[in-house]
Ligand binder design. Structure first.
Ligand SMILES: [Zn+2]
Length: 206
């Protein structure tokens, strides 16, 4: 875990649905991934530029429109980049086919000298993933601070959702949680804190 000291993270709230987009990059090479280009692509690119980072790729936690409304704008303003998306949802963004790189549970991505692990957490949608960089965990619409994402969409699966929650609950208490929406009392949390304050993680039979 030598990369912890090199990691750059910028959490940016965008749009009218309290979405978070994340810039996650390598301080040494200045290469940066954009997790969920939710809204306001111009603002996201400006933040990157201001911090001296260069856009390497797009990482999607899932393909709901509110997490990628800014994708076309990013391509228009910055030029196309690779889009990492779980294989179960690649067809949902078929219009970007030539740029898609499909990922699965355990896929390791590299951005500069950073290593990013893919954790498949289906339930909200079949291709939901969390991205783990060192002790930082980007949870999309799976886990919010003190709540969780919806599991009542036609594509949702409640058994998968429970299994995915269990997976997160078993992670290191020190892992920092970066949710896909600003729905909680604080912008971030940790797995340890969530086990004490998130009713969905406090359930014993998980
Ligand atoms: Zn969603």
């Amino acid at each position: 875990m030598t990369y912890n000291s090199k990691i750059y993270i910028n959490q940016i709230e965008v749009g009218l649905m309290q979405n978070y987009s994340y810039l996650v990059g390598c301080q040494e090479t200045r290469q940066c991934g954009l997790i969920d280009p939710a809204w306001e692509p111009d603002r996201l690119l400006k933040a990157m530029e201001k911090d001296g980072m260069e856009l390497h790729s797009i990482l999607l936690t899932h393909t709901h429109f509110d997490h990628m409304e800014g994708l076309e704008g990013i391509f228009r303003l910055a030029g196309p980049r690779k889009i990492y998306v779980h294989e179960a949802e690649a067809e949902c963004i078929a219009q970007f086919k030539e740029h898609i790189v499909t990922i699965q549970d355990g896929t390791e991505l590299s951005i500069g000298n950073l290593s990013i692990q893919t954790i498949h957490t289906p339930g909200h949608l079949p291709g939901c993933v969390c991205y783990q960089v060192g002790q930082h965990l980007f949870t999309g619409d799976m886990l919010f601070v003190n709540s969780v994402g919806r599991s009542d969409f036609p594509e949702s699966n409640q058994q998968d959702f429970a299994r995915s929650l269990k997976k997160l609950k078993e992670m290191d208490d020190n892992f920092k949680v970066y949710p896909g929406h600003d729905y909680g009392p604080a912008p971030t949390s940790t797995i340890g804190e969530q086990k004490k304050s998130n009713p969905y993680l406090m359930v014993d039979n998980l």
